[in-house]
Design a protein around this ligand. Structure first.
Ligand SMILES: NC(=O)C[C@H](N)C(=O)O
Length: 334
């Protein structure tokens, strides 16, 4: 018999479609997410035992549309505790795909370890024909057990591809190739039971960030307000009235601000609310002093972060400072 693999990988299960089940083998919508426990996920892929000594922990059992700041703090603290143990070499987190990119980026900014952390999900429930969960889980464990993944920040394993937490995004509501890193590029592939890396991001992560969540039990309230034709300031005003400490403006185009919205944004900033100009487009830079005079308005730009990831960075930034210059520096660093 083969010797047991030497790497120890802990699988933290949080729910999602990878733990989902449907009424029939052709049910790929209208199934129930977050029903199958971590032990059954592991048993369904006996091949895992060939690549690592695997342990499972059920952290949550939720569909990822219900992921919250509180869940993130719990999960990140658990990841940091486990990675500090000499008998844990890497972590896999099974997760719903809807907010998987957000959890990945949050962890990328707050995990204090070089050891691999890999998020994985599935677009089809485990009961479906050609379910993608088992192969995705196998690849994720392979990656978490590998030397190649050490020091690369939080990774996402989907559809035989490796993506970086900062730039990956869900691009399709339902197809198995939904996860992409358009333009900036995925990091690598899985083939023949090995991960292969070709790219790394120039942005800082994990051990090189200034964020520490170990003593936090909440994050500052930051909300996203969307731009569109015929926009009014109603949603923005409601968010300010509800006490947001920061607002991500998901503007049209390269982060443009409609003249009907600008007065409310300016008033919010004068009250101390941090304003970040982002873009709903999904690709490209929102340039400082481009579509607005950010120096004069005292706004921050999101650079290339999409609105949902800009929200995460602004929350963490606000745990350190309310200085907009400092926060702008962070948006050019992470
Ligand atoms: N494919 C999925 O995992 C979608 C599911 N709604 C979730 O995010 O939990």
């Amino acid at each position: 018999a083969d010797a047991a693999p030497s790497a120890h990988v802990t699988i933290l299960a949080t729910g999602g479609t990878i733990a989902g089940s449907g009424a029939t083998s052709t049910t790929t919508v209208g199934y129930t997410a977050a029903t199958v426990g971590v032990e059954r996920l592991i048993q369904a892929v006996p091949e895992l035992a060939k690549v690592a000594q695997v342990k499972g922990e059920q952290v949550f059992q939720i569909a990822s549309e219900n992921m919250s700041n509180a869940h993130w703090l719990t999960l990140a603290k658990r990841v940091n505790v486990l990675l500090a143990q000499p008998d844990v070499d890497g972590i896999v987190i099974t997760h719903g795909t809807d907010t998987l990119e957000e959890t990945a980026y949050f962890l990328d900014l707050v995990v204090k370890s070089k050891k691999p952390v890999v998020l994985v999900g599935a677009m089809r429930p485990g009961t479906a024909l050609s379910a993608d969960g088992p192969i995705n889980l196998y690849n994720a464990v392979l990656l978490a057990a590998s030397q190649e993944a050490v020091g690369k920040g939080v990774l996402v394993a989907m559809n035989d591809q490796i993506h970086g937490a900062r730039d990956v995004t869900k691009t399709n509501t339902s197809t198995p190739d939904s996860f992409k890193t358009p333009e900036l590029g995925m990091l690598g592939y899985f083939q023949g039971n090995k991960p292969y890396f070709y790219h790394v991001s120039t942005r800082k992560h994990t051990l090189d960030t200034e964020f520490d969540i170990s003593k936090l039990d909440a994050l500052p309230q930051v909300d996203i307000v969307y731009g569109y034709a015929n926009v009014s300031p109603v949603a923005l005003n409601a968010v300010v009235a509800a006490g947001a400490k920061g607002i991500i403006h998901a503007g049209v185009g390269d982060g443009s601000l409609a003249s009907k919205v600008l007065p409310s944004l300016t008033a919010a900033r004068k009250q101390g609310v941090l304003i970040v100009r982002s873009a709903r487009v999904g690709q490209g830079i929102v340039a400082r002093n481009g579509e607005a005079n950010d120096d004069e308005l005292d706004f921050v730009v999101s650079d290339t972060l999409n609105p949902q990831k800009a929200r995460i960075l602004l929350m963490l930034a606000l745990t350190k400072t309310s200085d907009s210059k400092e926060i702008q520096r962070m948006f050019y660093t992470y």
